[in-house]
Design a protein around this ligand. Structure first.
Ligand SMILES: NC(=O)c1ccc[n+]([C@@H]2O[C@H](COP(=O)([O-])OP(=O)(O)OC[C@H]3O[C@@H](n4cnc5c(N)ncnc54)[C@H](OP(=O)(O)O)[C@@H]3O)[C@@H](O)[C@H]2O)c1
Length: 340
């Protein structure tokens, strides 16, 4: 909703019923609950994108109870742009709601030139978090991640840097992304010793990428750490958008940095078509089926979607109407995915 202030500026007023329709799950053994659907700003928030569209997406998210926004230092393009644009929108619309928001950022991938702008050193992580806070205009982030395991930096140093951010008041909680089960166990043990628990792991997880089922989810459960699944729709493949070709405004056509047309093979489309039939039989869209299927496992605290429009986000939010599966539906999905 928008109202006018005395200077005739439009002011965003969040939906009063924003918490009525979303479900929340506890993040591991922590005090934090997250919405079962969270919003990621990896794509569609760069300087090449339309800021008003991004603003519409963020307001739609919050109006529907999505209070967790996920960023990283290098989201753009160019690197840093998503945090800058988020900062602009935050300042315009979200300052009154800061305490209702759970905002994350990360460092671990290429950010600036030279040996201190990448990977897992204390120097990089601390400096990068400072930059992120500046770009977003925040005093602290709720969550800061090591974006990937750096095999050449002692894990004690990387985890020590995350712990230091908490001690400095720059981050409230810490997380890791894409670490394997063994490194996750070590990271959790180091952090525990330091007195900063490992709140959450952010792995890639979808119907087409199930590596987390081979030990990681068990380890997270053991550690009392939550899990938030990224690229749950395989960057759009697990929706009905590519079933009839390549739409002009799709990620694979518009922005093939990480998803190219070649990756979307006829064999993959055949699987999505079969999955889409299951979705239709459940009265769901393909995207809703893909999200619901991830949420079937209670160890998944949240599913982290990206969207290029508020309309897509509303479609995804409707998933919460039906996340239960019958045994025969699950069996059918397994047969299609070709796992068992
Ligand atoms: N930790 C890491 O290393 C890492 C890596 C990657 C991502 N992430 C996080 O995960 C978030 C999500 O990743 P992602 O963007 O790859 O997620 P995704 O949800 O798998 O894919 C998002 C894309 O799917 C399409 N889409 C979404 N909802 C749709 C719907 N209802 N109907 C039709 N199409 C729909 C849109 O594509 P079109 O643009 O084609 O419309 C959208 O841009 C990121 O923003 C980031 O926060 C983390």
């Amino acid at each position: 909703m928008q109202i006018h202030d005395p200077h005739k500026h439009l002011i965003y007023q969040a939906n009063e019923k924003r918490y009525d329709q979303m479900d929340y799950r506890r993040c591991g053994n922590s005090g934090i609950q997250l919405p079962v659907i969270s919003l990621g700003l990896w794509h569609n928030f760069g300087h090449t994108d339309n800021l008003e569209n991004g603003r519409d997406i963020l307001k739609t998210a919050f109006d529907h109870g999505i209070c967790h926004f996920d960023l990283a230092n290098n989201y753009g393009p160019p690197f840093g742009a998503a945090e800058e644009n988020f900062g602009t929108i935050f300042k315009r619309d979200f300052i009154p709601y800061r305490n209702e928001l759970f905002i994350s950022s990360k460092a671990g991938w290429d950010m600036w030139p030279g040996p201190y702008g990448n990977l897992g050193s204390r120097k990089y992580i601390i400096a990068s978090c400072d930059q992120s806070l500046q770009r977003m205009g925040l005093e602290y982030v709720d969550l800061f991640y090591s974006h990937r395991r750096d095999p050449d930096t002692p894990l004690e140093e990387t985890m020590g840097a995350l712990h230091q951010l908490v001690q400095q008041g720059k981050a409230l909680y810490v997380g890791i992304s894409q670490y394997n089960a063994k490194d996750t166990a070590r990271a959790a043990a180091i952090l525990k010793k330091l007195g900063t628990p490992l709140l959450i792991h952010q792995p890639r997880y979808s119907m087409f990428d199930r590596w987390v089922e081979n030990g990681l989810l068990d380890e997270l459960e053991k550690q009392g750490t939550g899990a938030i699944a990224f690229s749950p729709l395989e960057q759009g493949i697990l929706t009905n958008k590519y079933l009839k070709g390549f739409p002009k405004n799709s990620r694979a056509v518009r922005d093939p940095r990480y998803l190219t047309k070649n990756q979307i093979t006829p064999a993959i489309i055949k699987k999505v078509q079969a999955l889409n039939e299951v979705a239709v039989s459940r009265g769901q869209s393909m995207a809703q089926l893909a999200i619901a299927w991830l949420l079937r496992d209670k160890r998944i605290t949240s599913v982290l979607v990206g969207v290029s429009s508020a309309r897509q986000l509303k479609d995804n939010i409707k998933t919460t109407d039906n996340i239960d599966f019958s045994t025969s539906e699950l069996r059918k999905i397994e047969r299609i995915l070709g796992k068992r």
